[in-house]
Design a protein around this ligand. Structure first.
Ligand SMILES: Cc1cc2nc3c(=O)[nH]c(=O)nc-3n(C[C@H](O)[C@H](O)[C@H](O)COP(=O)(O)O)c2cc1C
Length: 139
C-alpha cells in the first residue's frame, strides 16, 4: 500500500460546484483503480491524498500533476503506508475553513523545520484524520 499527498491551486473558474461535478468522474475512475483518498478544498486551494497500489497511485499522480485545471502542484508525501486512511472513500471531499486549511497545509509543508522528513507521511495522515474528526462537511 502506498500514498501520495499533494497540494495545488485550482486555475481560473474551477468553482466548488464544478469540482463536485468532476468528483463524480474521479470517483468512478478511482473505484476502477482501487484508489481511495480525500480531496480537501478551500478558496481555490486543494490538498489531496491518493492511496492504493504503488504503481497505480504513481501513474494517477503523474496524470493529475499535469492537469491544466490546477497549478503549483507540490508533493507533500510519497511513500509506503501500512493501511488505508480512507478505505471507504473512492475520493472523500471536504470543504475546509481557511484557518483549518492554512494550518493543515502549513503543518504538511515538507519545508516546515519541525517536521521530521521521514515521518512526513505519518504526520500528514494524523493531521488529516484529526481534521476530519472536527469537520462535518464530508460529502
Ligand atoms: C485537483 C484535481 C484532482 C483530481 N483528482 C483525480 C482523481 O482522484 N482521480 C482521477 O481519476 N482523476 C483526477 N483528476 C483528473 C485527472 O487529472 C485526469 O483529468 C483524469 O484522470 C483523466 O481521466 P481520463 O483519462 O479517464 O479522461 C484530478 C484533477 C484535478 C485538477
Amino acid at each position: 500500500m502506498h500514498h501520495i499527498v499533494y497540494s495545488s491551486q485550482v486555475v481560473g473558474e474551477l468553482s466548488e460546484g464544478l469540482l463536485r461535478e468532476m468528483l463524480v468522474k474521479f470517483r468512478e475512475k478511482n473505484r476502477q483503480l482501487d484508489i481511495t483518498g480525500i480531496l480537501l478544498y478551500c478558496d481555490g486551494q486543494v490538498l489531496q491524498v491518493l492511496e492504493g497500489e504503488r504503481t497505480v497511485v504513481e501513474q494517477l499522480y503523474s496524470v493529475i500533476e499535469h492537469d491544466l485545471r490546477h497549478r503549483a502542484v507540490a508533493k507533500l508525501a510519497d511513500g509506503p503506508v501500512s493501511w488505508r486512511e480512507f478505505p471507504e472513500w473512492s475520493m472523500a471531499f471536504a470543504i475546509a475553513s481557511p484557518s483549518a486549511f492554512a494550518s493543515l497545509a502549513g503543518y504538511c509543508n515538507p519545508n516546515n523545520p519541525w517536521q521530521p522528513r521521514n515521518e512526513a507521511g505519518l504526520l500528514i495522515r494524523e493531521l488529516i484524520r484529526e481534521f476530519i474528526q472536527q469537520t462535518h462537511l464530508i460529502i
